[in-house]
Design a protein around this ligand. Structure first.
Ligand SMILES: [Zn+2]
Length: 190
């Protein structure tokens, strides 16, 4: 398959009525991840890939709506882009999450975490999958559970950490993060 025939799904998390996740000095996750996602899309498009993005503006979308966009378009893989929060402000690092059901999501999660680590000089905190405690045998995370293609959640950094928040507030960092995720996707597709 030609590179241009691969359709890549990019999902900027949150947005619209869902704007409450924020850092200590004003970073808003919904806005930060939109910038990162748009930079990721632009890089993929410039490299000849087709991209389906769930939102280009500050818009409300349910997890089911996001997954349906990717499923209907027949995306080869999907990446949902977020920034993280923890009750302890010292916690930092990249986290990527893949499906419990196997497939190539784990490899994609590893490639994306390593690419971000190398390009942005960050540390990797966790690369993991999580099973639903309610519906055993299914994924805990809705976007991973409801998508039919390998889908990975990327948590670029913890906006609850003041140093990471100041990085995330920097438009240049957001752009570099988006380009890094695109590079990881391209590397994964080989
Ligand atoms: Zn999020």
């Amino acid at each position: 398959m030609k590179a241009t025939a691969k359709l890549i799904g990019i999902d900027p998390g949150h947005g619209g009525t869902d704007r409450s996740n924020h850092g200590p000095t004003g970073y808003i996750e919904a806005d930060g991840v939109l910038d990162i996602s748009l930079a990721c899309r632009d890089e993929l498009v410039s490299q000849g890939y087709g991209v389906i993005i769930t939102r280009k503006t500050d818009k409300t979308l349910s997890l089911s709506q996001r997954a349906a966009v990717f499923n209907k378009a027949g995306c080869s893989l999907a990446v949902s882009i977020h920034t993280n929060a923890a009750p302890v402000s010292s916690i930092r690092g990249i986290e990527t999450i893949y499906s419990i059901l196997g497939g190539t999501g784990k490899e994609l999660a590893e490639v994306l975490a390593k690419q971000l680590k190398n390009d942005l000089q960050l540390t990797i905190r966790r690369i993991f999958s999580r099973e639903s405690e309610v519906n055993r045998g299914t994924d805990y995370y809705g976007i991973i559970r409801q998508t039919k293609m390998p889908c990975v959640i990327v948590e670029v950094e913890f906006h609850s950490n003041p140093d990471a928040e100041s990085l995330l507030k920097d438009p240049g960092f957001r752009r570099r993060a988006g380009i890094s995720i695109a590079k990881g996707i391209i590397k994964f597709l080989g």
